[in-house]
Design a protein around this ligand. Structure first.
Ligand SMILES: [Zn+2]
Ligand SMILES: [Zn+2]
Length: 379
């Protein structure tokens, strides 16, 4: 169902300043009853995993992502029974179905394709621990980065990843393992859609595997999605190579780096090289209606940016490319991001010149360490 609000009430200002009360709690960005999409955001679990639910409500999210433990530590305290019960009760209260509306993000350093057996085992243990945390919270989806082959043979690395997914499925009951597409190339797995296809082919229980498409990663990996035509070309490719049935979630980010830069640099919607148009297309794309569409834009300590962006996405529903207000909004956001785009374009061009001068060497961007060093908040 499309947004049925009359045109006069479809202003973002009205939507974002009106607060509603749920019990004793007042939410700054109230959800609308008829939003057709599961727009959401990556929210904080600071103080306990159940806080994620109220943080999601605060920004008016219809779905949400979170970390299940510190994304930069190998070991974290277990989720207590009482905390898990509280989480489930809050989900029920606020209408989040944990099986379909919550997509936790795995730790960054988990590399199930690691050629070093000891490190591979350590990654696997942390991965299964994450999946068990999901199941304790009744969460049905789990998103993770497929990792890196490091210096090993790429095909063997894909097989190692698939073997570990199979093992993890055997050791858990229901959570779907969702592979995220990546921005980089070189040793990194998953910037080419074919990698993901090859892994899925080797997964035995295909009901338990899915794919999350990150708009920033897609663009940075070289798939242009900025216009309706290019957007559909990408999805046709996705359908041919992977298949719709595996599409389980979207990560919604603009990109600070230009097309094909292989840099994982998230930007606020409309500020980056993608621009607002692709998000307008997404907010009107029927096939994305049932899956979590999660913002991971850089918000620093100001989560209200997510609240504003979810309202923006609601506002984009039913808007056409030639809508006067859309053109104005798109141009405003683009102007706000112009300085950062120019800076990143210069960096990209300088790097391209250097690379052209040097003889070909193995790309650094393929390593997990180099990924970690340039991670935005939720990546
Ligand atoms: Zn992402
Ligand atoms: Zn990610």
């Amino acid at each position: 169902m499309a947004n049925l609000l009359p045109a006069t009430t479809k202003t973002m200002k009205k939507a974002s300043t009106k607060a509603t009360s749920k019990g004793s709690k007042t939410f700054k960005y109230p959800r609308v009853a008829d939003c057709a999409f599961k727009f959401g955001a990556h929210v904080s679990t600071s103080g306990g995993v159940s806080n994620a639910v109220t943080n999601a409500m605060d920004v008016g999210a219809y779905s949400f992502a979170m970390f299940l433990k510190s994304p930069r530590k190998w070991v974290s305290p277990e989720i207590k029974d009482e905390e898990a019960a509280n989480f489930k009760q809050l989900c029920e209260k606020h209408g989040y179905d944990p099986r379909t509306d919550i997509l936790p993000h795995g730790s960054y350093f988990i590399n199930l394709a690691n050629p070093d057996a000891e490190k591979e085992q350590k990654a696997f243990d942390s991965f299964v621990d994450d999946l068990k945390r999901c199941e304790k919270l009744n969460i049905g989806l789990y998103n993770f980065h497929p990792g890196s082959s490091l210096d090993s043979d790429h095909k063997e690395a894909l097989a190692r990843l698939a073997k570990n997914i199979n093992k993890a499925i055997e050791q858990t009951d229901f959570v779907k393992i969702v592979i995220e597409n990546m921005a980089g190339h070189g040793n990194l797995i998953g910037s080419d859609l074919q990698d993901i296809r090859d892994v899925i082919d080797m997964v035995e229980n295909k009901e338990r595997v899915g794919v999350c498409v990150d708009t920033c990663h897609t663009f940075a990996a070289g798939y242009d999605i900025r216009t309706e035509k290019d957007y559909h070309t990408f999805w046709n490719k996705f359908e041919t190579v992977i298949g719709w049935k595996y599409l389980s979630a979207i990560h919604l980010n603009d990109s600070k780096a230009p097309l094909g830069a292989n840099r994982d640099l998230h930007q606020k919607l409309g500020y980056g090289f993608l621009g607002l148009e692709v998000f307008r297309i997404i907010a009107n794309d029927e096939k994305l209606k049932k899956i979590p569409i999660i913002l991971e834009t850089p918000v620093g300590n100001d989560d209200s940016i997510y609240g504003e962006e979810i309202k923006l996405l609601e506002w984009l529903q039913d808007r056409s490319i030639d809508d006067v207000d859309f053109i104005k909004k798109s141009s405003e956001l683009s102007s706000s991001g112009a300085k950062e785009r120019a800076e990143h374009l210069k960096k990209f061009e300088d790097k391209a010149k250097k690379t052209a001068k040097k003889p070909a060497t193995k790309r650094k961007s393929g390593s997990i360490d180099s990924m970690l060093s340039k991670k935005p908040k939720t990546e």
